[in-house]
Design a protein around this ligand. Sequence first.
Ligand code: GEK
Length: 245
Amino acid sequence: MTDKPTEDNLFARPRAHLVDFAFDEQVAQVFPDMIRRSVPGYETVIAMLGVFASDLVRADTRVYDLGCSQGAATLALRRHIEAPGVTLVAVDNSAPMIERCRANLAADLSPTPVELRCEDIQDTVVERASLVVLNYTLQFVALEQRQLLIARLYQGLEPGGALVIAEKIRAAAAPEQQDLVRWHHGFKRLNGYSGLEISQKRQALENVLLPEQPETHEERLRVVGFQQVYRWFQCFNFAAFIAIK
Ligand code: GEK
């Protein structure tokens, strides 16, 4: 990922009919720029995945990056896995994302092999895992399917294995939620997005990206059986959790 990313101006002009956001060719083209300018803390979270990879990945296990997009998290994990005999599995159901991920992985020389799969993460069999990552992906899974998915990931983890989840969240209390959203929009404005871009993107994501309260995530992780659940990062309305089996 050495070339300057193509600038995201997908929502810069007024759109008569806003369709729901999709991870298509147009979005894939601008995605690295879009995610860095839209998600406060994204780069920090990516970098910290390297810490978890070197600390928690065990020999002869599997590591999963579910919703890998163009491989930013996959690469951070791969570059810091020290244990031998590990296979990384990177999954996304968007073909334009997977194409670019394949090219980014090919340009990286770290030794851990990566299996790249274009499939729905709901169909991914998870087994013998020491680390599973859902980096801003669970938010796109239907609310009623989340518990089953998290329970399945728990089952696929080895004892001591960990699930890392980064997500857009919403606060329980209305005043806090309003403040967090306003500051998030301030962050986007600082990064050069106009008011029109911010509001059109917001509408396009409304039915697609469904944020939950951090307490809902933490409770779900405990209910499926995780022993330790920590919120290790938050910046405005974006948070990251780790749950250890
Ligand atoms: C990163 N983790 O750069 N099955 C497979 N893939 C899915 C599904 C699904 N059911 N739903 C959504 N996706 C990345 C960033 S982006 C986050 C993740 C964002 C994929 C979708 O195609 C997209 O590539 C990714 O999840 C979400 O660290 O755009 O806010």
